[in-house]
Ligand binder design. Structure first.
Ligand SMILES: [Zn+2]
Length: 169
């Protein structure tokens, strides 16, 4: 089932999410729904808070469904290693219509549980590293807009507020 995606300004997106206690049937259903919602959007990643569930869980697929081997489900993820630097345009399904250049490490290693509850460790470089960090941020209530400085951030936030007032957000 495709779930509605919350947008910037919804309080749940700006709060820290809680650890997943156990892989219950509800969690399995949530994972299925998140994958479906991500592909339908379409997007390369989706974190549980974006569909209104404040849990530490995300899905990523940089092939957007073209290659089933690239789908990654990460539950209770933690950083193991981060290095390098990349500067690329970034967007977010919860901030539709806006993009900005965000500085991120170019390589990350994260560990967590897969959808069966088995431990897994994944390394990402380039786009995958960026996707991992973007989704990890969601679990801590941080959106890419929060990583921007000064004028660029103010401009986006101001436009969102204006659209919200006009009932267009
Ligand atoms: Zn996002």
């Amino acid at each position: 089932m495709i779930r509605p995606i919350l947008k910037h300004g919804d309080q749940l997106l700006h709060e820290r999410a809680a650890i997943v206690g156990a892989i219950t049937p509800e969690i399995s259903q949530l994972v299925d729904d998140m994958v479906e919602t991500m592909y339908a959007a379409p997007g390369i990643g989706l974190a549980a808070p974006q569909v209104g569930v404040a849990l530490r869980l995300f899905v990523v697929d940089v092939s957007v469904g073209r290659d089933a081997n690239q789908l990654i489900v990460m539950i209770n993820p933690e950083f193991v290693d981060r290095d390098g630097m990349q500067l690329e345009e970034e967007g977010c399904l919860s901030v539709p219509g806006f993009n900005a250049t965000v500085v991120r490490p170019s390589r990350v290693v994260i560990k967590g549980l897969d959808r069966a509850g088995e431990p897994q460790q994944r390394e990402g470089t380039g786009l995958l590293a960026r996707a991992f960090q973007h989704e990890m941020d969601h679990l801590d209530g941080t959106l890419f807009v929060d990583r921007l400085r000064g004028i660029k951030r103010d401009l986006i936030v101001r436009k969102i507020k204006k659209m919200t007032r006009a009932g267009k957000w």
